[in-house]
Design a protein around this ligand. Structure first.
Ligand code: ARG
Length: 459
């Protein structure tokens, strides 16, 4: 098959080279964006008198026809035509030989591919933002139902202080809120039109880039043609955002794995969201959560790929950059699928409130409350810490718990301890007294819910 760039060649490319250099196997995914870009470009060329209106009409009609074929699965993608851009241009030229051959005027595949990726990412980023929002709303709904569920909060995976389950879940809602903010911010930079940079230095033809930007709803146009075709920093930014999202998801997933063990028994994931073992009949495994954890590594890998692909490339376009799409698509699909399944799964998780409460009260989790009680009685914090530490040591040696110690025994550790100490050694009080801003008291957590609900109503 004669190449669209075949003029200066006397010999066709070797089959092995065609197979090695093709990108159609993966960039066909950009087809509709490529068509949208070409449509706007053709209209602009006609408006500027570079091609006739009739030619533009034919181009647009031909592109529509191709779009229909692609949508119905009847389009014949050809490896010999390398990539999506040439597959579409070549098909167009078959339908309208004269006008089709004019489409690539004042354009290069270098600015064309940069445009396609930006159009694709603009949509994908929005989809992922919506999916995060959906997950946040699910966590919010569950939080609202668990304002009275007390659970242990951990540091070093050792029981630290009691919190309410809502507070724990809302911590993740906050993290995903920042993930959405980051994506929205990255969208601002994605939303720049590179078309018109042509190969790398612009064109001698009288094009109207602002018109194309308007047609394709770009907020701005790139200001330097070399930058426009050279950089993929917006792809890097996007995948790094996906990596952070996955990092957050992996932490949620890890907790689901831990919490569903017999040892923790904090949650039960319904059968439909777990899998069994091929040998051990008793097993019910949290594979979905484990896979989210695992797929996080895959997205980090995508980030490393794109960073390394772009490293030390001289300006401007280099074919290396064709490799950008594989990690990009994979990172997108993985983050997107993980968000969907985790949201779904959370609707099928049962929290064991009794067990959570039991565990929250054990392990001297109210020791800090006791130390703060002493502070309120005028004891300096360091001394209060020491006294409380001694009391915990006494309990450990005698198999006792804090709330069971008689007042006279307390007094032997500190004269400042009085009858009201037992109030602070109560689980519900311990939680509800943590009413500093952002603390775990029900009042503070309700404020968080109101604030987050408001943020979620916005974009
Ligand atoms: N398939 C190519 C890519 O994805 C399109 C641009 C090719 N440009 C070139 N000068 N060979 O990067």
């Amino acid at each position: 098959m004669k190449k669209l760039w075949g003029g200066r060649f006397t010999q066709g490319a070797a089959k092995s080279v065609e197979a090695f250099t093709e990108s159609i196997s993966f960039d066909k995914r950009l087809a509709f964006y490529d068509i949208a870009g070409s449509t706007a470009h053709a209209k602009m060329l006609a408006k500027q008198g570079i091609i006739t209106q009739k030619e533009a009409k034919e181009i647009v009609a031909g592109l529509n026809q191709i779009a229909k074929q692609i949508a119905s699965g009847t389009f014949d993608f050809k490896v010999e035509l390398e990539d999506i851009h040439m597959n579409i241009e070549s098909a167009l030229t078959e339908i309208y030989p004269d006008s089709g051959r004019k489409l690539h005027t004042a354009r290069s595949r270098n600015d064309q591919v940069a445009l396609d990726i930006r159009l694709y990412l603009r949509d994908e980023a929005k989809h992922i933002i919506e999916k995060i929002k959906h997950f946040q709303n699910t966590l919010m709904d569950i939080s609202e139902g668990h304002l009275n569920t007390i659970m242990p909060g951990y540091t070093h995976l050792q029981r630290a202080q009691p919190v309410i389950l809502s507070h724990h879940l809302l911590a993740y809602v906050e993290m995903f809120q920042r993930d959405r903010e980051r994506l929205n911010d990255c969208l601002k930079r994605i939303n720049t039109l590179p078309l018109g940079a042509c190969a790398m230095s612009g064109t001698t033809l009288n094009i109207d880039r602002d018109y194309v930007a308007k047609e394709l709803k770009f907020a701005r146009i790139s200001e330097n043609s070399m930058d426009a075709v050279s950089d993929r920093d917006f792809v890097i930014e996007f995948i790094s955002n996906c990596s952070i999202i996955m990092m957050h998801l992996s932490r949620v997933a890890e907790e689901l794995v831990l919490w569903s063990t017999g040892e923790f028994s904090f949650i039960e994931i319904s059968d439909a969201y777990t899998t069994g073992s091929s040998i051990m009949p008793q097993k019910k495994n949290p594979d979905v959560a484990e896979l989210i954890r695992g797929k996080t590594g895959r997205v980090y890998g995508a980030l490393m790929s794109i960073l390394t692909i772009m490293k030390a490339l001289p300006l401007t376009y280099n074919r290396d950059m064709q490799e950008d799409k594989i990690p990009l698509f994979d990172a997108c699909d993985t983050a997107s699928a993980s968000l969907t399944i985790i949201t779904e799964m959370f609707h099928h998780i049962n929290f064991n409130a009794t067990r959570l409460r039991e565990t929250a009260g054990s392990g001297f989790s109210l020791a800090t409350d006791l130390a703060e009680y002493l502070v309120k009685k005028g004891v300096p914090f360091r001394a209060a810490h020491e006294i409380t530490g001694n009391i915990v040591k006494h309990c450990l040696q005698n198999g006792e718990t804090l709330e069971k110690i008689p007042l006279n025994a307390f007094k032997s550790f500190s004269e400042s301890i009085e009858e009201d100490v037992y109030k602070c050694l109560n689980l519900d009080n311990a939680v509800n007294n943590k009413n500093s801003k952002g603390g775990t008291s029900t009042i503070e957590v309700k404020k968080q819910i109101v604030r987050l609900r408001n943020l979620l109503r916005k974009k």
